[in-house]
Design a binder for this molecule. Structure first.
Ligand code: ADP
Length: 457
């Protein structure tokens, strides 16, 4: 029995109970028919009163307009009929809108899948998903995403906490020459959009750009070496009036050669997905960096090396050495005479190895910080050139760290100094090959004079 039927039955029961009571009272006082008539009139008055209240309520809530109907029930019927029509029209409008949205999503050139976030099942997908991912409608609706897009990189990405970062350059399961990018956009607690784009053209352009830079750099190398060689052959003493000019020419050709070398290094790093990895003896690396810093500084700065981590690193020694040297060279070049430079290797509170180069130099204004790792981006052009900078050093550092899944963190205060830190995952930490005596903590401080002295860190 429906709720409405039950309500109707209850009303009938109340009416019958009223009449029964009236009958009893009528029999008791000896006036049956007048008592029943009064009871009927009271019941009718009660119903009319309820209907009035209902109508007033509907008007006050603006569900129906004010106005006259022929009778109360008639008016009520018309009102309900109008409401029904209105809600039917609204429903149709919503269905039309929903259909338009679906059609728009279906026409998108990017493969778009609606998936349940936790269950990772496919709820809906457009035609591009069939073209780019080989999905089949309706067979794949309700199927697990990773089962239907059977690419190990995608499975690993979708199950990782970093799934909200875009996954780049994945070959399409339909045609491996098509390169795809995957992006997951959650839009409710349990649903997300998986947007898959064809980035083949973009990848091709990127490759053309890389090849172009690599080829130009390579082509420039030989003529520069020749110019450099001839310049070296000219003795300034033989041509004293040319001495200043020759000196400048030598410096500029050296700068160009350095730019070409840095561009070639960048191209080489860009072409790689990973690097051969080995144990890096950090004690040796730190003392090498300290020596380099002292050679560059030539006594103009106070140089300190702090080995506090007591561990080694897993990575490519050659590339990481070049990255760390870049940071050390920047610290020396952008710190005025008398300043101090600290090279520190420590473990963060989360146990992540952290190599920091801390200086008390010129510092970098906050608005430049987000861009300093871009190629040729310089805070001060003149200062960079004067000190022999190419504007490529930090790009190289960023690339090397990316290849080690590491991050470059920069903190700087104008006029106070800068801290450049290379942060690595704790999985790159290796027990130090040389065990420290005593408490096992390996801590060495080297002062400006270069004499190692034990410290606790
Ligand atoms: P450059 O060869 O010009 O030094 P980099 O890529 O190494 O190029 O650095 C980019 C810019 O960042 C530099 O031009 C400089 O303005 C700024 N910079 C880098 N390191 C430091 C530092 N330790 N202190 C102040 N500024 C720095």
């Amino acid at each position: 029995m429906s709720k409405s039927e039950r309500a109707w039955r209850r009303s009938v029961e109340i009416a019958l109970f009223g009449y029964f009571m009236a009958l009893l009272i009528g029999i008791t006082i000896g006036h049956v028919w007048p008592t029943i008539a009064i009871a009927g009139a009271l019941l009718l008055a009660g119903y009319l009163w309820s209907v009035r209240r209902l109508l007033l309520l509907l008007v006050s809530r603006r569900l129906i307009p004010k106005g006259e109907g022929r009778g109360v029930v008639d008016r009520l019927q018309r009102v309900l009929h109008r409401r029904q029509n209105e809600s039917r029209r609204r429903k149709q409008r919503l269905i039309r809108m929903l259909r338009t949205f679906r059609e728009a999503a279906a026409a998108l050139p990017d493969a778009t899948l609606m998936i349940s976030y936790r269950g990772q099942r496919i709820l809906w997908f457009n035609a591009a998903a069939t073209r780019l991912l080989g999905l089949d409608y309706p067979r794949d609706i309700g199927q697990p995403v990773t089962g239907r897009i059977d690419i190990p990189r995608v499975t690993a990405w979708i199950n990782s906490p970093n799934r909200e970062e875009t996954l780049q350059d994945v070959p399409s399961p339909v045609d491996p020459s098509v390169h795809l990018s995957f992006r997951l956009i959650p839009y409710s607690d349990d649903q997300a959009l998986l947007v898959v784009r064809d980035i083949t053209k973009l990848m091709h352009l990127e490759q053309v750009r890389r090849d172009f830079v690599a080829n130009v750099s390579h082509e420039l190398r030989t003529p520069l070496t020749v110019v450099h060689g001839y310049l070296d052959m000219i003795e300034p003493d033989e041509q004293p009036e040319w001495a200043a000019m020759l000196d400048e020419m030598r410096r500029q050709s050296q700068r160009m050669a350095q730019i070409v070398e840095d561009l070639l290094t960048l191209s080489r790093l860009e072409a790689k997905d990973s690097l051969p990895e080995e144990r890096i003896d950090m004690a040796r690396m730190l003392s090498m960096l300290g020596r380099e810093a002292r050679a560059l500084s030539q006594g103009r700065h106070q140089i300190t090396v702090e080995a506090l981590a007591g561990c080694d690193l897993l990575g490519s020694e050659k590339e990481l050495h070049s990255a760390f040297s870049n940071l050390v060279s920047n610290a020396v070049r952008y710190t005025p005479e008398g300043g101090s430079i600290t090279i520190r290797f420590e473990l963060s509170s989360d146990g992540e190895p952290l190599l920091s180069v801390i200086d008390t130099g010129y510092g970098i204004p906050a608005q430049h910080l987000p861009r300093i790792t871009e190629r040729f981006y310089r805070v001060s052009n003149s200062r960079s050139r004067e000190t022999g900078g190419t504007g490529l050093g930090l790009s190289i550092v960023k690339h090397v760290l990316n290849l080690h899944q590491g991050r470059l963190e920069v903190e700087s205060e104008l006029g106070e100094g800068s801290t450049f830190s290379c942060r690595f995952a704790s999985s790159r930490r290796l027990e130090s090959a040389i065990e420290d005596e005593g408490n096992g903590e390996h801590a060495v401080r080297e002062g400006a004079g270069g004499s190692p002295m034990a410290g606790t860190g």
